[in-house]
Write a protein that binds this ligand. Structure first.
Ligand code: GLN
Length: 291
């Protein structure tokens, strides 16, 4: 008979070969198998596991040991205190992406009735986080992948967030009828030959959500170009980027006529987000009488 404690110790020994936080990793998987919290495991370490529980747990440990991301094994990832369903059709939401949400909220007053676009929404993480914080604002979230949008819609329903609409398409293409106060995106930005693609969770994630042409800047460039026609006067564009792309992204924004360009670091100190404002009409049409 195997207790919770024994099963966890064995799993930690196995996982320690490839993972820094082996005990924690094992606990997440066992909590998932038992449909309990990690606290439960600490409260009842002597509880015996049934044969089926133990077999299932050991299979999950083996998958994790082979590198499969924990979020794909459990089908779940926490983002902005929302528990989200994730599948291999979606990127796994990262803690550093919460910076993008924080910065966007600075530009959306709590009682605003704004229109906000989230481009490349994946599991819906950013859109749903914003929707939960700004209940009077309307968020339109776009993804090219229909499979990702199925996951996003499931997450929307799970959290009963009725101020989010999902649309399928290529970046701003489906949004031609709208004007937004804020456009936000965590696009693909990794170079095709970047060694990070072979590390951690990345080999299991959708490549088209990670990789961009032109030194990882192609999609950022397209978003910066096309957002101008969709932003309200003084509207904000916020984009997440790679650790070494802050200068390139700022330059792209400047080149396209954005102003108030600011770069921001994430919790681990890496440059991660560039924000900028745009005033339609001012650059293309100097005679325009702007408010
Ligand atoms: N920040 C992620 C990583 O480097 C990539 C996410 C993205 O491409 N948008 O692991």
């Amino acid at each position: 008979m195997t207790s919770i404690r024994n099963a966890l110790n064995l799993a930690a020994t196995t996982l320690a070969a490839h993972h820094d936080n082996a005990m924690f990793e094992g606990e997440v998987l066992l909590a998932h198998v038992l449909e309990k919290t990690r606290t439960y495991l600490h409260t009842w370490p002597e509880r015996a596991l049934s044969e089926i529980e133990l077999t299932t747990f050991n299979q999950l440990v083996k998958r994790r040991d082979n590198g499969e991301p924990s979020a794909y094994i459990t089908g779940e990832q926490e983002f902005w205190s929302l528990s989200l369903t994730v599948t291999p059709d979606t990127l796994i939401p990262r803690p550093e992406t919460e910076l993008l949400v924080e910065l966007a909220l600075e530009h959306i007053p709590a009682d605003a009735h704004d229109k906000i676009a989230d481009l490349g929404t994946g599991s819906g993480a950013i859109a749903l986080a914003l929707a939960s914080e700004r209940p009077h604002s309307q968020i339109i979230a776009v993804d090219f992948s229909a499979a990702a949008l199925t996951v996003a819609e499931r997450n929307r329903k799970k959290h009963s967030l009725n101020n989010v609409t999902f649309m399928q398409g290529d970046w701003l293409a489906p949004l031609s009828e709208f004007t937004f106060q804020v456009i936000i995106s965590n696009p693909p930005y990794i170079r095709e030959d970047d060694a990070h693609l072979q590390q951690g969770d990345l080999p299991f994630e959708p490549r088209n959500a990670l990789i961009a042409a032109n030194n990882g800047l192609d999609d950022i460039q397209r978003i910066a170009t096309d957002s101008r026609a969709r932003l309200a006067y003084g509207g904000w564009l916020l984009i997440e980027h790679g650790y070494d792309q802050a200068a390139d992204v700022s330059e792209i924004f400047e080149h396209h006529g954005y102003h108030n360009i600011t770069a921001h670091r994430d919790l681990s100190g890496q440059p991660r987000v560039v924000c900028a404002q745009y005033n339609p009409g001012t650059k293309q049409d100097n005679h325009h009488d702007s408010p």
